[in-house]
Design a protein around this ligand. Sequence first.
Ligand code: SAH
Ligand code: SF4
Ligand code: F3S
Length: 474
Amino acid sequence: MSGRRFIVQTMGCQMNVHDSRRLEEVLGGEGWERTDDAALADVVVVNTCSIREKSEHKLMSLLGTLRPWKTQHRDARIVVAGCVAQQEGEALLRRSDLVDVVIGPDNIPELPALLREVAGGAPPLARTVFDMDDPRFLVARPRTAERETSAFVTVMKGCDERCTYCIVPTTRGAERYRPEDEIVAEVAGLAAGGVREVTLLGQTVNSWYDPARQAEVKLRSKVAPSRSEFPGLLRRIAREVPELARLRYTSPHPRHLTPDLIDAHAELGLLPAHLHLPVQSGSDVVLKRMSRRYTAADYLVRVRALQARRPGLTLSTDIIVGFPGETDADFEATLELVRAAGFVQAFCFKYSPRPHTAALRLGDDVDETTKDARLQRLFAVVEAQGRAHLEGLVGDEVEVLVESFDAKTGRYSGRSERNEIVHVEVPVGEDPRGRLVRAEVLEAYKHSLRGRMEGAAPPRPMRRGLPVVAGGAA
Ligand code: SAH
Ligand code: SF4
Ligand code: F3S
């Protein structure tokens, strides 16, 4: 094979961002060199998303833009990875003459071998097999040279929830859980390599339990109440990885926000004062049709209990508008819930019918104009809440985990304990990257804050190995 440079282009969620890193590591491990310029690459890997029809269209238009490069460069190869790859498999090779390799999320380690086969003259290849019997969780390697502050660690993959609108159970397969010792070891390895913040990843991350106890746990409860052992995992990481500054997780499912998990948020100063908790709708009729297995009242009761134990905790969410049969009254119920929960941020989507999903048989009866109008109203309410929240922080002190430096503005940036983006002015000669610092908020922008560094944040009680009651209101 003559070409040795590659680029990975990522679409979709954090799991895909995480998988893209594994794709880079697998190719890098075989002597391939990463480039940031697609024109210089010999192999372009497109790590795709198929959550909405629009995401899938993005792949097709990206492939179109790659045609001239592929035509000019004899050894150029295009790899399609991720959720569209898994969903379409070999069919993708028929749909596009530009694609050389189709590879599913569970087949990442096989990519170099497939590229070798194609370079050796094999016809285009597809490999999309789930690792159901012997699940593999690729270990994240910190990029020490790049001083990375933050990293992801997978705790489970796949999804058994089968929300009626969602393609993920098809593209990521059934749930597989990762052993506790393996997770803790990976977190510890990252922390030892300089990472200060770890985000635990899974489609319903807080449903996690140790696979060694699978038979027992499944017997205890098939559906509800939650069988989760996730809070124990958080406590163990807090205990055993004292160098860590923050421990986040995404995406939790509301039905696994158990009293024990709420207790963990009260106990562990390591958990930030923010939770992204997708609600999808505020109408019980719609939630039922979506098969979300909670009501709007259940959701509110749980988040209020959480906020009572962790004062100041902010919430963000995901919402779908225009789900089949959603009436004006259903949508008003969503707005009501958005106000009641006080979300400071929401990712709002128009319903998009997906193949292999149960909601297909419900049709797609909310017209595009109504979907657009609902989306706009929702945006306006969430934006106003987000702004009011940021403006309310001016004059306060926040704790920032500093991640990056922008040479143009001379400012460092990071995230507060609640996940707000904070641009910090720091004293001359200081480089606080990778550190937790205190900053006074001077100004609120539309989606971020500007602050001035005051000093190092006080050491966390975690570092002494003691769990702490954060905020103190129990
Ligand atoms: N596992 C996560 C979400 C994964 S998908 C969870 O359950 O929270 C991310 C978001 O995409 C979902 O929360 C939902 O709001 C949105 N989404 C999923 N399928 C969709 C569809 N068919 N149409 C529109 N939005 C969708
Ligand atoms: Fe999709 Fe529901 Fe699973 Fe999330 S919990 S990935 S929305 S099926
Ligand atoms: Fe998209 Fe697959 Fe993630 S469909 S949202 S990339 S799990």
